[in-house]
Design a binder for this molecule. Structure first.
Ligand code: NAD
Length: 483
């Protein structure tokens, strides 16, 4: 790896428009999961640094909220242009710390940038209403105002897109923000801080504080009475902890949590197209995606055909270091994630599942795992109930619509589901009965900045993207008036 790949990234904390070391001098290392090489050191924010970030965001709040919406939109639009211009540089940086294959990283940057463009356009569409009470007693004026200082806690799997999906709408709404990125991927977040500065975001409006001391730092942020909003993306397990901490100061929460997406293939589906979609739904981001297909339910008559074709396609995927030409699947983020995937596969095999392809840890440096297809997976296998977060596809067969809808809904998660059928009426009817915030019909990916992204049940609270995404950062005020 050339040091040029990271020389352009400031590795300090970004607070109040300036770069700082940690108040107690602590730093932490960043690892390349493809080489296990610790290639960078980053400042490790303390509770004092977090408080300074709130001071800055609070001070900057009034001015930013008072700026004309068009001006806020123009700054976001400049940030979009800059991110597109620097796409390659950002993508390569992300590969180093996250491991994903370069084409995946490029796709993430394009997706991440779109949130900035979408919300630059939404900044000028903050609406309200005016009406008369039913009794005619007075007028009801309803306006929307920025909620205030926001705390963002983001995961490592989409380090740039999860940042822009939150910062875009918050800035458009007139809020100021403190981002605590995942400690596996701080460099992408710091690069984003510099990009916003260059785009003209005033000091204090965006603050980025990587920290290895996440629990104490985030806990302190959530107990600072000036913080009014938490937007978290990560596991349901950590989400529960943060919801509980946020309850002390009654902080408004948006939670984008874990998933366990069912991928349903009916016998009347176009099987080639379903396999193509399955490859995307399973392997996008190496399977380390909250929307990844986790359980494949295939109608009996086509199960063997689907499984064979899918296994053939998974078997040809090229594994390697994300920056290598032609590589389609990079390593998993770290050893413990890879171990978890490996244990889930072993558990399924112990309970009677058969491996069609993969099922092993390749003998090489880095946290790789082979693309894997399992068949005859019994319902007791953990791989069907837990979020896999890796390139493993367990296949289960079904006989009827009733059976598959019950199977799909038999989970505490409800983020996304995929349905494949050539009968659109059936697809829509099944989509209506599935308990998830998003459904893809004859598609392997659903995400789009213009669409409301979010989960039901323990997959989350609130929506990101779309007009709904802005509302998460706006308070509603009702003014009862006579004139
Ligand atoms: P994680 O929950 O371990 O960590 C997420 C963030 O929380 C990181 O910044 C981490 O440092 C921080 N964190 C961890 N423990 C904390 C604590 N006790 N207090 C405060 N902060 C803490 O998740 P991850 O491993 O980074 O990401 C994978 C998870 O994220 C998966 O479950 C995935 O489904 C989910 N995810 C969801 C979405 C969505 O939109 N629904 C998108 C991407 C990822």
């Amino acid at each position: 790896m050339s040091l040029d790949e990271i020389s352009w990234v400031n590795r300090q904390l970004y607070i109040d428009g300036a770069w700082h070391s940690s108040s107690d001098g602590h730093e932490f290392e960043v690892e390349n999961p493809a080489t296990e090489d610790r290639f960078a050191t980053v400042a490790d924010a303390s509770v004092d640094d977090a408080t300074r970030a709130v001071d800055a965001a609070f001070r900057a709040g009034k001015g930013w909220a008072a700026l004309a919406p068009r001006e806020r939109g123009d700054i976001l639009r400049r940030a979009f242009d800059l991110l597109i211009e620097r796409k390659e540089q950002f993508a390569r940086l992300m590969v180093l710390e996250n491991g994903k294959a370069l084409p995946e990283a490029r796709a993430e940057i394009a997706y991440a940038a779109e949130f900035l463009r979408w919300f630059s356009e939404e900044a000028v569409r903050i609406d309200g209403s005016i009406g008369t009470t039913p009794s005619g007693s007075h007028r009801m004026v309803v306006i929307r105002q920025p909620i205030g200082v926001c705390v963002f806690v983001t995961p490592w799997n989409f380090p740039v897109a999860m940042a822009t999906r939150k910062i875009g709408p918050a800035l458009a709404a007139g809020c100021t923000v403190i981002l605590k990125p995942a400690s596996e991927t701080p460099l992408s977040a710091l690069a984003i801080a510099a990009l916003f500065e260059e785009a003209g975001v005033p000091k204090g409006v965006v603050n980025v504080i990587p920290s290895r001391r996440s629990s104490t730092v985030v806990n302190a942020l959530l107990h600072d009475r000036r913080v009014r909003k938490l937007s978290f993306t990560g596991s349901t397990e950590v989400g529960r902890i943060l919801l509980s901490q946020a309850s002390d100061c009654v902080i408004k929460c948006s939670m984008e949590l874990g998933g366990n997406a069912p991928f349903i293939v009916f016998a009347d589906a176009d099987i080639e197209a379903a396999v193509e979609a399955a490859m995307v739904a399973k392997l996008r981001n190496g399977g380390e995606s909250c929307t990844a297909a986790n359980r494949f339910y295939v109608e009996k008559g086509v199960a063997t055909k689907f499984a064979r074709r899918f296994a053939d396609a998974m078997g040809t995927v090229r594994i390697g270091s994300g920056l290598e030409e032609g590589v389609q699947l990079g390593p998993m983020i770290n050893q413990s994630t890879r171990n978890k995937v490996s244990l889930l596969v072993e558990d399924a095999i112990d309970r009677g599942a058969e491996v069609l392809v993969g099922g092993r840890v390749p003998q090489r440096c880095g946290y790789f795992y082979e693309p894997t297809v399992l068949i005859n997976v019994p319902s007791s296998a953990r791989v069907l109930t837990e979020e896999i977060f890796g390139p493993v596809a367990p296949i289960v067969t079904f006989d009827s619509v009733e059976e598959v809808v019950a199977l799909a809904n038999n989970t505490e998660f409800g983020l996304v589901s995929f349905v494949h059928t050539s009968d659109l009426a059936k697809g829509l009817a099944v989509a209506e009965r599935i308990e998830s915030g998003m459904v893809g019909i004859n598609r392997g990916v659903v995400s789009d900045p213009a669409a409301p992204f979010g989960g039901w049940k323990q997959s989350g609270i609130g929506r990101e993207g779309a007009h709904e995404g802005m509302l998460e950062f706006l308070e509603t005020k009702y003014i009862a008036a006579n004139w």
